[in-house]
Design a protein around this ligand. Structure first.
Ligand code: NAG
Ligand code: NAG
Ligand code: NAG
Ligand code: NAG
Ligand code: NAG
Ligand code: NAG
Ligand code: NAG
Length: 332
């Protein structure tokens, strides 16, 4: 039964992939889902419309015109809402109160702008498991905030690639970032929130550039290549954006057990080496302090304890031995 559900989920996702050219974003059905639609350019906006596309028919959900107000269709009146609708003219994201299977389908968010004209984003709501399950990563890439991150994808050599598509995969959402029809040289205009640089060059390595990376750019990126004959290949990179040098070393062990094992061995070696050096350093003055055997015991038992070291130094001052300056200083 579990296998059947998994198979159905994979089929759903697969179906969603195959219809890729007909949507910009795929969203997992959930009761309080939000269909994100943000106009990215600086044009003047005159009106926004939300519709649901059912076959050849379009069902009106809401219209917003800044000169009037938000008009929500009576069928949707108590089912959807716009957070902060008065401010959000550029962000006209549609949120559901209690979405159900009846809300599966394709939605269109259409901006009328001046002078560019129409700008439309199509969002497909599908019933599926987490999208990330279907996209296990083939590798990791690390970058720091503020860098221009280039993601590369090696195209298969054994068949001619016609279509290359880059997606950002989140558990609840898949966004198309770039898409190229290599034989035609046509490029799709991304509706993604963030501007991504890509070019449709006829090269064996396809790349996209995420300018000025932010922490929110971390996540799974999927490159899919397709031949006209139907061959497909998928490559997934997990991008990790760190906020400067130090964090990297805490994230590294996640990359693989081997890395953490090497680190562990390294730490053990350092500790052993450090302890030996300390003991050797400690031994020299101890020979000269043979009249104080109790002190030798404490020193050997806890060579790294800072409190003992301080105590020992106090005692040394009391004894007033000339060699005390050679004693190791507390390091912690
Ligand atoms: C938008 O409208 C304002 C006045 O309403 C105008 O000054 C501005 O140039 C317009 N912007 C564009 C990109 O057309
Ligand atoms: C747009 O608004 C939705 C909720 O209405 C919010 O979840 C989302 O983060 C907003 N996006 C941006 C880019 O402001
Ligand atoms: C609504 O917009 C105002 C003004 O931009 C902002 O201060 C406030 O945080 C927003 N509220 C929500 C819930 O997004
Ligand atoms: C959501 O809808 C389901 C049926 O579609 C209903 O049983 C449930 O009570 C609703 N929940 C809320 C919070 O309205
Ligand atoms: C990112 O690319 C832009 C445009 O090419 C450039 O101006 C900027 O200096 C680059 N930033 C970094 C950190 O390389
Ligand atoms: C890419 O372009 C070719 C040639 O014009 C066309 O036959 C094919 O359908 C296009 N592929 C897609 C996925 O749009
Ligand atoms: C496309 O991008 C790659 C690397 O990002 C660069 O080497 C190549 O020159 C670019 N091609 C065009 C036509 O801009």
């Amino acid at each position: 039964m579990a296998y059947l559900i998994l198979l159905l989920a994979i089929l759903h996702v697969h179906k969603a992939w195959c219809e890729a050219t007909f949507w910009d974003t795929a969203v997992q059905l959930s009761e309080t889902m939000t269909l994100e639609c943000v106009y990215p350019l600086m044009d003047n906006l005159t009106q926004v419309e939300w519709t649901k596309i059912s076959g050849t028919e379009t069902v009106n959900i809401a219209v917003y015109n800044p000169n009037y107000h938000m008009h929500i269709n009576h069928n949707y009146l108590h089912r959807v809402h716009f957070l902060n609708s008065t401010v959000g003219f550029r962000n006209i994201s549609l949120s559901f109160y209690n979405a159900s299977e009846a809300d599966i389908g394709t939605y269109s968010c259409l901006f009328h702008t001046f002078p560019s004209g129409l700008w439309e984003k199509k969002i497909k709501v599908v019933q599926s498991d987490s999208f990330e399950i279907a996209a296990s990563s083939n590798g990791y890439q690390y970058a720091e905030t503020g860098q221009n991150v280039t993601l590369n994808c090696q195209l298969p050599r054994n068949w001619p690639v016609q279509q290359v598509m880059w997606e950002k995969v989140q558990p609840h959402q898949v966004d198309i970032l770039a898409s190229c029809n290599l034989s035609q040289g046509t490029r799709y205009t991304s509706k993604y929130l963030r501007r991504i640089w890509s070019n449709c060059s006829q090269e064996s390595i396809q790349s996209v550039i995420i300018p000025n990376a932010m922490a929110a750019d971390s996540g799974l990126y999927r490159c899919r290549s397709e031949a006209s004959t139907g061959e497909k290949e998928t490559f997934v990179i997990r991008l990790v954006i760190t906020d400067g040098g130090t964090n990297k070393y805490f994230i590294l062990p996640i990359a693989g057990g081997s890395v953490s094992l090497v680190l562990l061995i390294l730490i053990i070696i350092i500790i052993i080496f450090y302890n030996r050096r300390r003991r050797r350093q400690v031994r020299t003055p101890l020979k000269e302090l043979r009249e104080k055997p109790s002190k030798v015991a404490t020193n050997c038992r806890s060579p790294t304890s800072p409190i003992h070291s301080i105590d020992d130094e106090k005692e040394d001052i009391y004894v007033n031995y000339p060699t005390f300056s050679r004693r190791p200083k507390p390091r912690f």
